[in-house]
Design a protein around this ligand. Sequence first.
Ligand code: PGA
Length: 249
Amino acid sequence: MRRRIFAANWKMHHDPLAAASFALRFEELSSPVEGRHLWFFPPAVSLATAAEAFGRRPDISVGAQNVYWEAKGAFTGETSPLMVAGCGGRGALVGHSERRHVFGETDAETVKKVKALIAQRLIPMLCVGEKLPEREAGHTADVVRRQLRAVLTEITVTEAAELLVAYEPVWAIGTGRVAQPQDAAEVHRVIRTVLHEHRVPGRVPVLYGGSVSLANVAGLLAEDEIDGVLVGGASLDPAGWASIVAAGT
Ligand code: PGA
């Protein structure tokens, strides 16, 4: 049976109170389905609340949107994988386009974050994707290969087999411009080829993200290459998110 992953990236939305009421409402609207797994990535301040609120649901995991690679110390404003685990988190996004392009995160930093998460037995969801000028110049595959290889050359194949990968073209994030399912699938094939070249065993789930909505989720998930979706704006409302999850299942 094909497994599907629906991941909600709340970005800088939903404080603990909002996260708790979201969870309550969402659980009324969406029951577990075999072969389907849900992830929620709330802001760090709401992580413990969300992890507790969804704690009874084995089909739901909660993770952080970002981590720092040290376990503790004088790193004002940062959150370590150890702390994420302490909040009941099971993983974290790494290299999200806003981390890379708003906060200047480098490939080298994504590697350190992935390794720190693995060391803490947390699941990294590594985000990769090209900017519009890179796509227009025909460099999409090169960019995605570079971002992925930076990580794969620094971890073992067994560790790599535990990764989740999200392809998120930067030009599609929060813009309402979604990649055509066939175009996304083509990049997913590039990702799979790189995983294969690095001899990563099994099928690493590859998700698509960028303006996923109720209108396009089924079309995207109809592609064999697309194992799930990572959704920002359209995941913020419990009823809206429950309908997207249902439409894509
Ligand atoms: P969006 O964001 O669904 O609002 O485009 C996706 C993401 O940034 O993960």
